[in-house]
Design a protein around this ligand. Structure first.
Ligand SMILES: Cc1cc2nc3c(=O)[nH]c(=O)nc-3n(C[C@H](O)[C@H](O)[C@H](O)COP(=O)(O)OP(=O)(O)OC[C@H]3O[C@@H](n4cnc5c(N)ncnc54)[C@H](O)[C@@H]3O)c2cc1C
Length: 491
């Protein structure tokens, strides 16, 4: 007999992981199936912001902006080690947007979703305050406001861990390859490297991002699955180009904005582009023209403008957006839609669009929509819950405690470990007396002990899982050191 689940969630990106977490916390028997690694799709390639999206106000997306603004405080409390406040500076250039327009936008932004703990926006003099450090001298007027930063791929992994802690089964490297309707729901084929497995599920959620329409039509056999519109966005990483802990939001001459975020201490993350594509296989390709676009967007603002030779890393991802018929990829709605379809008594709900920021609210909306087709569930709970490692009241106090408990370990290393694991650092380091107990050192902050944890607890299988998703140590390591991680994981 095949294993039976109340809910099968296909796709281990931010939306699938959030749905699986919420559903398992409400007492459902849940399976989350991801064909590659968790967060290996669009969710690892975001701009890493928990934000309302100031520019979405220009497209009058008030519902989405309000929901997103409110989520900042909820998510901040749930995982303060991987989500933190981030101040933005918008250096003003008269030709790009009027100062009045920026003022009005920020006024609405401050009030639409309530700021809670985040500071209010204000106008600043860039020449006389640290907000202007690294910017060109002719830039005088600026505006500041606050949003939050998130480690996007760790956010996904932590939600999957929480789902598992609450009883869900999480299967990575597991492709959903066939679905047959039955009188009790679906009979589903799961394909792993060398084997196939049959399971049954009362209801299925298709959270496969850019593949949602293909999976809906070809695997679930639902002909009316809506079309997904693909808009690729690329980012580049260069050595730090401005001082301070704040980010820059730069108005580009085409009317778009480009972000420059402090990244992994020594770097700046610059993004993003908006390029329509039709072939999902091109979703991870960063084109030369995109690199050029981003470098040109930054050049009018910063004293030390980076060139192509400064790019140390780049990545691209594709937004799976609702096809609303708008020709402009930048103004296409970033809101989500949920489409419930049936084949006889078998139901599949397809998720299209959404943001990292709204994933928790999206999960609530999914379960409310599916409630009539699922066993009785308990009510909403995720707004007040912590993610694994997130039960910290003050990160610096926790750091002090860690230093006392592990006096022979480098305090800077401990601080960096908290940024990844929060209060779980004690579990990872249990029994560590000296640096030698961390095991093999691969370079930067990466030791065998953490890799073992990531393999045992976080479904890491390959070198890329470790270097670019569970950690960003790939940026600190030389090509030879990265190769050593790859080889060690392949053994
Ligand atoms: C450039 C860019 C910048 C962005 N910046 C932000 C931002 O700053 N803030 C924000 O809130 N949002 C941002 N977003 C939006 C956000 O990243 C996406 O909305 C979100 O990641 C989509 O998540 P998802 O779970 O729907 O899709 P994905 O993350 O793509 O997950 C889908 C998963 O399904 C899996 N899958 C596919 N087919 C199958 C199958 N048959 N069986 C099993 N698994 C399967 C895939 O492998 C994949 O892992 C950005 C998006 C882009 C592209």
């Amino acid at each position: 007999m095949s294993e039976h689940y109340n809910l099968l969630v296909i796709g281990g990106g931010v939306n699938g992981a959030a749905i699986a977490r919420d559903a398992s916390g409400r007492g459902l028997k849940v399976l989350l199936a991801e064909r590659r690694d968790l967060a290996s799709g669009t969710s690892q390639t975001s701009s890493k912001l928990i934000h309302g999206g100031l520019r979405y106000l220009e497209h009058l997306e008030f519902r989405l902006v309000r929901e997103s603004l409110l989520e900042r405080e909820v998510l901040l409390k749930s995982a303060p080690h991987i989500i933190r406040p981030l101040n933005f500076v918008l250096p003003w250039i008269a030709a790009r947007r009027s100062a009045l327009r920026v003022h009005v936008g920020l006024f609405i932004y401050d009030r639409l979703g309530g700021r809670g703990s985040l500071p209010a926006s204000h106008q600043v003099n860039l020449r006389r305050t640290p907000w202007g450090r690294g910017l060109k001298n002719h830039l005088r007027l600026g505006f500041t406001y606050a949003d939050c930063w998130v480690d996007d791929s760790r956010f996904v992994v932590l939600m999957a861990m929480d789902a598992q802690n609450r009883g869900a089964t999480v299967m990575t490297r597991t492709d959903v390859t066939a679905m047959t309707p039955t009188d009790k729901g679906w009979q589903v084929t799961l394909t792993q490297a060398n084997s196939e497995k049959q399971v049954s599920a009362q209801v299925v959620v298709n959270a496969t991002g850019v593949r949602a329409d293909r999976v809906g039509r070809e695997i679930a056999g639902v002909a009316e699955t809506p079309q997904v519109r693909l808009v690729k966005g690329s980012h580049i990483v260069v050595p730090r180009i401005h001082a301070g802990d704040h980010a820059l939001i730069l108005q580009n001459e085409d009317g778009r904005v480009v972000f420059v975020l402090p990244f992994e201490r020594k770097f700046s993350l610059i993004g993003t582009t908006d390029t329509p594509i039709t072939d999902p296989e091109r979703e991870h390709v960063v084109d030369e023209a995109e690199v050029d676009y981003l470098l040109r967007a930054v050049a009018p603002y910063v004293k030390q403008a980076p060139g192509p030779e400064d790019v140390v890393w780049s990545f691209a991802g594709t937004r799976p957006l609702k096809d609303d018929g708008d020709n402009n990829p930048s103004s296409a709605s970033r809101d989500y839609s949920l489409e419930l379809s049936s084949r006889g008594d078998a139901r599949v709900l397809t998720v299209i669009g959404g943001k990292i920021t709204t994933s928790r609210k999206l999960a609530e909306a999914v379960l409310s929509r599916l409630a009539p087709h699922l066993p009785r569930m308990s009510g909403t709970w995720t707004a007040r819950a912590k993610l694994p490692g997130g039960d910290l009241t003050d990160i610096e106090i926790y750091h002090d405690r860690l230093r006392v408990d592990f006096p022979n370990l480098n305090p800077i290393y401990l601080r960096h470990l908290i940024d990844r694991h929060g209060s779980l650092c004690h579990d990872i380091l249990e029994g560590c007396e000296t640096g030698a107990d961390l095991g093999r050192h691969f370079g930067g902050d990466l030791y065998q002990r953490e890799i073992d944890w990531l393999k045992d607890r976080e479904w890491a299988v390959s070198g890329d899982d470790i270097l670019w998703r569970r950690t960003k140590c790939g940026l600190q390591l030389s090509p030879e050191q990265r190769e050593a991680v790859m080889e060690s994981m392949a053994q």
